[in-house]
Design a protein around this ligand. Structure first.
Ligand code: SAM
Length: 450
C-alpha cells in the first residue's frame, strides 16, 4: 500500500481493518461519531455489543487514531449516551474517558452541541445536547495544536464598540439544528451530523491540503465538508448501503472554495439561462455577471480605508467610534440571516457570491455581516483574477477541474459541459450491496460514475 491509497476517498470496510493502511503521523484532525451501542437500526451493522466488547473495540479504534494523528493533531469525539434501561443513562464520553487517558490523549475542550427538536421524554427532561470531546495527541506543546478562531467567528447579538468587528469566538456551546431524519435528500442515514459542526472543526483546526479522517463516516458529512474547504479526506464506512450513498453525495460537492462557489454561480445564474452550450457561452455569461461588480463600487457605502480593512480581514484598523456606523452600513448590504430586511445591494456581491456561499457553506448563516462581506470580497477578487482574460483554454481548464471534482453534477465532453440535474434535491440511486463484489475494495467517485 502506498501513502496515498485512501486520499480523497470513502473506503468500504471495517475501520479496524482499514486503519493500518493509514501512515503514522499523517492526519491533522479526526472528527467522528462512533456507534453508541444503543441498538440503532443501521443498515448492515449490529449496534449492540456487551459493554466490555464495545470498550475493547473503541480502545482499538482510539489507539489507531493516536498512531495516525500528527503530534498536536486533534480528535473530536462526538457522542451522546448509551442506555440499557428506559430510564437511566451512561454518557458515552464518561464511559470511554479512561481509554483516552490510558492512551495518552490530552483533553483540550468539551464542546456541547445544543440542538432543537429531539425525541420527547415523558418521565424526564427531553435530551437536547450531545458532547464533543476535543482530544489532542501530545508530542508538541499543547499550544501547538492548531486553533484559528478567525474563520469561525460568529455574529454577536448586540453591537458594542469593544467587540471584534468580525464577530465573537463561538464558545464551546454550539447551537445548531439537528438534521431531521429524511430531511437531507442526499442520504437515508439515520444519524447525520449537521454540516456546521464539521465545518467549524475543519476551519479552526486544519489548513488547506491537510488530511482529515472519519473512521465511522456514515453519510460522509465530515468528508463532504472537508472536500468543500479544500482539505484532503479519508472516510471509512462498514455499511455498503451508506458507503454507496456517501460516495455519491461527495460526488455532488466541488473541491475547494473557489470551485464550490463557482459551481453554485453556474447552477444558479448560468445553466438556468444558457443550458449546456460550449465553454465560450459559459465564459461570456460569467464574465458579464461578475465584471460590473468591482469592489470599487462599494466605496460610497463603506469609507475607503475600512473597505480595505474589511477585505483584508483587519480588525485593529477600525476606530472604535466608527464601528457602530460600519456595522449598520454592512447590515444594509447584507441583512442578518433570517430577517426580512431587504438588501441595498440586491444585484451585487450579496445576490451572487454571498448567496452562493450561503448555499454551499451552512455555517455562513452564523456569520456577521462584516464576515460575510469579507468572504464575498475575497471570492469576488479571486474569481475575477481567475477569470480575467480567461480565454477558451483558461475556461476549459476551470471547467475541467470542476467536472473532475463534482462528477455527480457535471459531465464534460470535448467542448461542452452538461449539468446532470438542477434540482436542489438530487436523486440518489441506491447502490445495492450485491453490486460491491469485494467489500474491502474502496470505490472512488470516478469508478462509480464511469
Ligand atoms: C453515528 S454514525 C456516523 C454518522 C456520521 N457522522 C454522519 O454524519 O452521517 C456511525 C457509523 O459508523 C458505521 N460503523 C459501525 N461500525 C463500523 C466499523 N467497524 N467500521 C466502519 N464503520 C462502522 C455505521 O454503519 C454508521 O454509519
Amino acid at each position: 500500500m502506498t501513502k496515498t491509497d485512501f486520499i480523497d476517498q470513502i473506503a468500504l470496510g471495517d475501520c479496524l481493518e482499514l486503519f493500518p493502511r493509514v501512515p503514522d503521523n499523517s492526519i491533522r484532525t479526526i472528527h467522528t461519531s462512533p456507534p453508541y451501542n444503543i441498538e440503532k437500526d443501521y443498515k448492515g451493522y449490529n449496534d449492540k455489543l456487551v459493554v466490555k466488547d464495545y470498550l475493547d473495540f473503541i480502545e482499538k479504534v482510539l489507539s489507531e487514531c493516536m498512531r495516525s494523528l500528527v503530534p498536536g493533531g486533534s480528535l473530536f469525539w462526538q457522542t451522546g449516551y448509551t442506555t440499557d434501561q428506559e430510564e437511566y443513562i451512561t454518557p458515552l464520553d464518561h464511559l470511554t474517558y479512561p481509554l483516552f487517558q490510558k492512551l495518552g490523549f490530552c483533553l483540550k475542550d468539551r464542546i456541547i452541541w445544543r440542538y432543537w427538536g429531539g425525541m420527547a421524554f415523558k418521565a424526564k427532561f427531553t435530551n437536547k445536547h450531545e458532547t464533543i470531546l476535543w482530544w489532542v495527541k501530545p508530542g508538541q506543546s499543547n499550544t501547538q495544536s492548531k486553533f484559528d478562531v478567525f474563520p469561525v467567528r460568529e455574529a454577536t447579538k448586540f453591537y458594542d464598540p469593544r467587540n471584534n468587528l468580525f464577530g465573537r469566538n463561538p464558545g464551546n456551546v454550539w447551537e445548531v439544528d439537528r438534521v431531521a431524519f429524511g430531511s437531507n435528500g442526499q442520504t437515508s442515514h439515520i444519524a447525520v451530523f449537521p454540516e456546521e459542526i464539521s465545518d467549524r472543526i475543519v476551519l479552526s483546526t486544519t489548513d488547506e491540503n491537510d488530511v482529515v479522517l472519519d473512521p465511522f463516516s456514515g453519510s460522509g458529512t465530515f468528508c463532504k465538508v472537508a472536500k468543500a474547504r479544500g482539505r484532503h479526506f479519508i472516510g471509512f464506512e462498514i455499511s455498503p448501503h451508506y458507503h454507496g450513498e456517501s460516495v455519491q453525495r461527495i460526488s455532488l460537492q466541488a473541491k475547494g472554495e473557489l470551485l464550490s462557489v463557482l459551481s453554485e454561480i453556474l447552477k444558479e445564474h448560468v445553466f438556468i439561462t444558457i443550458g449546456t452550450k460550449g465553454f465560450g457561452a459559459i465564459e461570456d455569461k460569467v464574465m458579464n455577471l461578475l465584471s460590473p461588480f468591482s469592489l470599487e463600487s462599494y466605496k460610497n457605502i463603506i469609507k475607503k480605508p475600512y473597505l480595505d480593512a474589511l477585505c483584508a480581514g483587519q480588525e485593529d484598523v477600525v476606530k472604535k467610534s466608527d464601528k457602530i456606523k460600519l456595522w449598520n452600513d454592512l447590515e444594509e448590504l447584507l441583512p442578518p440571516f433570517g430577517t426580512s430586511k431587504s438588501s441595498k445591494d440586491s444585484f451585487g456581491l450579496v445576490s451572487i457570491i454571498d448567496r452562493a456561499y450561503m448555499r454551499v457553506f451552512k455555517l455562513h448563516k452564523a456569520y456577521s455581516s462584516a464576515m460575510r462581506f469579507y468572504y464575498a470580497a475575497k471570492w469576488l477578487a479571486i474569481l475575477q483574477s481567475n477569470l480575467a482574460g480567461g480565454r477558451k483554454e483558461g475556461w476549459a481548464k476551470i471547467l475541467t477541474s470542476l467536472a473532475e471534482s463534482e462528477t455527480g453534477t457535471y459531465f464534460l465532453t470535448e467542448d461542452k459541459i452538461t449539468i446532470r440535474s438542477r434540482r436542489k434535491k438530487l436523486k440518489i440511486d441506491t447502490i445495492e450491496s450485491s453490486s460491491l463484489e469485494n467489500p474491502q475494495e474502496s470505490l472512488t467517485t470516478q469508478q462509480l460514475f464511469r
